[in-house]
Every structure is written in structure tokens, then in C-alpha cells.
Design a protein around this ligand. Structure first.
Ligand code: PMP
Length: 429
């Protein structure tokens, strides 16, 4: 009843453009469990869209925020700075896969980090062009949308977007797009649309998040690094969704032995507090003049305190190893079940960034209906799952890496029931 009342109030008070997935309302949450206002418990495999790698309300993070709350909550870092932001930059500089001395600037959202990475890249190179990938997602601000390689629902009706942005096909084994084709498209772009000498940066997600958990092959990242080095172009890794242990490394780029020039990060960086960052080669980061970068809430003290506790927790609880273990277990389990579910067309993952993709068994066309049905069935059984993908036909798994093993196993059993129910529903149509 409470949920229904709140739903009615939301619909008259808030615009429909902020689409909302669930029709129940959060009351409280702890690690991998979320309770709604009517007392129903959900196992949270959405984790606030990849924000809660350390779970809801991790005690160390709550304690860090509480301690900071007792001292000060806002000074505006650009007016009166504080040590915690400096030491967080130092920690990130030491941990991030950047060649040579690194520097870090803080912002508030993932989209803002992306905006600033492009500003920095343009300033450093003095060039306008930016190359991104189809299926990529980089945020809902105007430049974020220009870079995003999916029109519906993100870009529809919102243009014009900032210019000089170009898209390449992202390699995709399911759809038969090879690394060679992506690189060939880049060479063609340099011939037909913009000369390499006018390109400031190439930006990619090492694993596309919203685009379907498509994993960039090492060969792609190596080839991009070579092209960038040849032409003085900067390579930007958007690690907003992949960062902080999701793929089994602190940063997904560490899987490839190739360092980008700039990395954007947000989401699980501060375990639920709004904080984002751009880390990059010091000489690149220092291109904009004082006053060129910033934001009133950038490096919010509570969020910075949380981020320190996140880094401590990832190390103390060996969450990178845990990410690898849980992801392997999930992929193995899905592979064991696969035979019984002909609509499963692909199971893939890097660490705990795991996805299952659906296609119509007869036509092999992407099957968004099946993904939505599995999601709906899981939700009715108390398991919160997210979909993704250019064709919305992928279920992605974003459980907290701190989830207790028994709860993880129970969620897998629920997932199997949900797959069975959705398969039965499809057969009945
Ligand atoms: N980049 C990537 C890779 C993302 O996944 C997202 C959010 N889904 C963003 C940027 C934008 O982040 P935010 O919503 O915090 O602006």
C-alpha cells in the first residue's frame, strides 16, 4: 500500500524523463540487502548501478563519513582545501595505471569526469576532435551524450551536441565485428572525416557498461595505444563503471598491460557518496590554467572520506580476489545451465563484470523481451537485476563484492528459477 501511494505521488511530482525501474521504495539497506518501505527484502544485484562494490553501508565507510561529519562537510575545495583530498589524490596517483608522474582532479559525477577529461585533452593537445565507440556510454551531459554511442533513449530530442565527435564500431564477437574492422574504421575516419593531427583523444570503456558488458579485446587497446602514440592522440579510459574492483583489478586497464593517458572514475570510488575523478599523466593534467577546472561540490569532504575507506576496504577484505572468485563462480554456473536455456546466446565476463545475452533461438535476433522477463521474474522473487546492451537484451550482474557466499548462492538459485519462468513464458506465447 505504502509503495503504491508513493508511486502515485512520484508520478505527479516528478517528470517521466527520469525513468524509474522499480515500483517499490527504499527504506534501508545493509551490504547486499535492501528493504522496501513495506518491509520486503531484496538481494541487490544492481548496487546503485555499479556504485556499491563495497556494499550498502559498509561499517568502515559509515564510520569514515561520520567522523568527517563531526569536523566539516563543505568548504569548497577551491576556496579552502583539506588534507584528505590531497592524500586521496596521492593514493589514486600511486594506484592508477598511468605511466610516469600522475595527478588527479576531483569532480562529482561520472559525466562531469568525462567532460573534464575531454577539456583537459583538448587543452593539452590544442586539438578539437574526439573519437568514441558505438555502444559506449559516457553520461547525460551534452558532451557525455555526444560521446555516447546509443541514440534511444539517451540522445533522442536533446541535440545539437558538441561537434567534432566521431564514432567507431566496437569489436563484438556475437555480432562478428573484429578488432581489425574497428581499427580499419579508425584509419578510414582519418581519411574521410578528420585528419589524425586534429584528434585530441580516443575515449573508450575497457568493458562497455550500459552498452552490454562488451569486453574490449587486449588487441584493440594495444592497437589504439599504437595509433595514439603515432599521432600524438591521448587515450582516455572511461573506468566509471569498470573501476574499483568490478573486473577483478582496481582498474580494468590493468588487464591489458597498456596504460591510458587519462582515466575517468566515479561510482564505486566512494561507495555511494557522489565523487568522481580524472587521473592522468601530470603534464597532461596540468595543461588547463588555474580556474579552468573545478566545481562547487568537487571533492566533497564526506565523499572523500568515504573513498579513503573504500580503498582501505578493498585491500583489507581482498575484494579484488573476491571479485575474480565470484565472477568465475557465476560464469561457471551460467555455463552449466546454458543447455537448458536456448535463448542464451552468450555468457561473458571479466572478474565480476559478468553478463548473459539473449537471442531468439530461431532467428538469432537480439531478444530484449527475454532479458526484461528474466529481470521481472527475478524482481518478483526478491532479486534486483539490471539489463543493458544496445539491443537491451543483456542481463548484467553488479552484486556487491562483499556479498556473503550463502546469499550469493541463494541469488543464483533465484536466477535459475527466473530463467526457467521466463523460458516457460516465452514458450507459451
Ligand atoms: N561513464 C560510464 C562508463 C558510465 O557507466 C556512466 C554511468 N552509467 C557514466 C560515465 C556517467 O556517470 P554519472 O551517471 O555519474 O554521470
Amino acid at each position: 500500500m505504502l509503495n503504491q501511494q508513493l508511486e502515485q505521488r512520484r508520478q505527479s511530482a516528478a517528470p517521466r524523463g527520469v525513468g524509474v525501474m522499480c515500483n517499490f521504495y527504499a527504506d534501508r539497506a545493509e551490504n547486499a540487502t535492501l528493504w522496501d518501505v513495506e518491509g520486503r527484502a531484496y538481494t541487490d544485484f544492481a548496487a546503485g548501478i555499479a556504485v556499491l562494490n563495497t556494499g550498502h553501508r559498509h561499517p568502515a565507510i559509515v564510520a569514515a563519513i561520520q567522523a568527517q561529519l563531526e569536523r566539516f562537510t563543505h568548504t569548497a575545495y577551491q576556496i579552502v582545501p583539506y588534507e584528505s583530498a590531497v592524500s586521496l589524490a596521492e593514493r589514486i596517483n600511486a594506484l592508477a595505471p598511468i605511466t610516469g608522474p600522475a595527478k588527479t582532479a576531483f569532480f562529482t559525477t561520472g559525466a562531469e569526469a568525462v567532460e573534464n577529461a575531454i577539456k583537459i585533452a583538448r587543452h593539452h593537445t590544442g586539438r578539437p576532435g574526439v573519437v568514441a565507440f558505438s555502444g559506449g556510454f559516457h553520461g547525460r551531459t551534452m558532451m557525455g551524450l555526444a560521446l555516447t554511442g546509443k541514440v534511444v533513449p539517451y540522445k533522442t530530442g536533446f541535440g545539437p551536441f558538441p561537434g567534432e565527435v566521431y564514432h567507431l564500431p566496437f569489436p563484438n564477437a556475437v555480432r562478428g565485428i573484429t578488432v581489425e574492422e574497428s581499427i580499419e574504421a579508425l584509419e578510414q575516419l582519418f581519411k574521410s572525416d578528420i585528419e589524425a593531427a586534429r584528434v585530441a583523444a580516443i575515449i573508450l570503456e575497457p568493458v562497455q557498461g550500459e552498452g552490454g558488458f562488451n569486453i574490449a579485446p587486449t588487441a584493440l587497446i594495444q592497437a589504439l595505444r599504437t595509433v595514439c602514440d603515432r599521432h600524438g592522440i591521448l587515450l582516455i579510459a572511461d573506468e566509471v563503471q569498470t573501476g574499483f574492483g568490478r573486473t577483478g583489478k582496481l582498474f580494468a586497464m590493468e588487464h591489458h598491460g597498456v596504460n591510458p593517458d587519462l582515466i575517468t572514475m566515479a561510482k564505486s570510488l566512494a561507495g555511494g557518496m557522489p565523487l568522481s575523478a580524472v587521473c592522468g599523466r601530470a603534464e597532461v593534467m596540468d595543461a588547463p590554467a588555474p580556474g579552468g577546472l573545478g566545481g562547487t561540490y568537487a571533492a566533497n569532504p564526506l565523499a572523500v572520506a568515504a573513498a579513503h575507506a573504500v580503498l582501505d576496504t578493498i585491500a583489507a577484505e581482498k575484494l579484488l580476489e573476491r571479485s575474480v572468485q565470484l565472477g568465475a563462480k557465476l560464469q561457471e554456473t551460467l555455463n552449466e545451465w546454458r543447455e537448458g536455456f536456448p535463448a542464451i546466446t552468450d555468457i561473458r565476463g571479466l572478474g565480476s563484470m559478468v553478463a548473459v545475452e539473449f537471442a531468439d533461438p530461431a532467428t538469432r535476433k537480439p531478444d530484449a523481451g527475454m532479458a526484461t522477463c528474466v529481470q521481472k521474474e527475478a524482481l518478483s522473487r526478491g532479486l534486483l537485476l539490471l539489463t543493458c546492451g544496445t539491443y537491451a537484451n543483456v542481463i548484467r550482474f553488479l552484486y556487491p563484492l562483499t556479498i556473503p557466499e550463502a546469499q550469493f548462492d541463494a541469488a543464483l538459485a533465484t536466477l535459475r528459477e527466473s530463467l526457467q519462468a521466463a523460458t516457460a513464458e516465452a514458450a507459451a506465447v
